[in-house]
Design a protein around this ligand. Sequence first.
Ligand code: ADP
Length: 183
Amino acid sequence: MSGFVVWFTGLSGAGKTTIANIVEPELERRGLVVDHLDGDIVRTHLSKGLGFSKEDRDTNIARIGWVASRLARAGAAVVVSAISPYEEARRHARMLVEQHAPFVEVHVATPLEECARRDPKGLYAAAFAGEIEDFTGVSAPYEEPSDPELRLDTTGRLPSECAAEVIERLEELNLLPVREEVS
Ligand code: ADP
């Protein structure tokens, strides 16, 4: 089975990490070698020291895109969850990956109001209070993907339902091994 990259993009609190954390073990269960590059974790290692200016965000996404393309080339199913707010940076990541493997962009399109209502990390409260500069959706842009392979609004839905939709899309794209029917 050849590798691929499934790239979750969306606002903070949209549900990227939560859904990716369900998709990852499901891919493993199907026998794939899987890695998960999560924006928050990458920023503590590979991108330690980078901030949230456009330049630093572009550098962060370029690094993730490069690593993802290498892993996919080696045959891994790579799950990326990162805000990745800039269209051009996502396009560049897609270009790197598509030299070797399919790139599946999943826009986790939860509206800002719902993300702010959830506020799992308390960041929206701080951003609306003017305490965080360059906060995506509040004081920094989020450029919506124009043509993602899948768009998911998670509002009023369970994470497991959303993850199942991602798996279904990967099946449609013939990226997953066919499951054997139990007879
Ligand atoms: P992100 O990675 O996009 O910043 P997180 O996954 O960290 O977002 O947080 C999303 C929050 O939304 C979590 O608290 C999660 O439990 C909640 N949530 C509610 N419904 C859903 C859903 N359908 N899919 C994903 N997350 C959901």
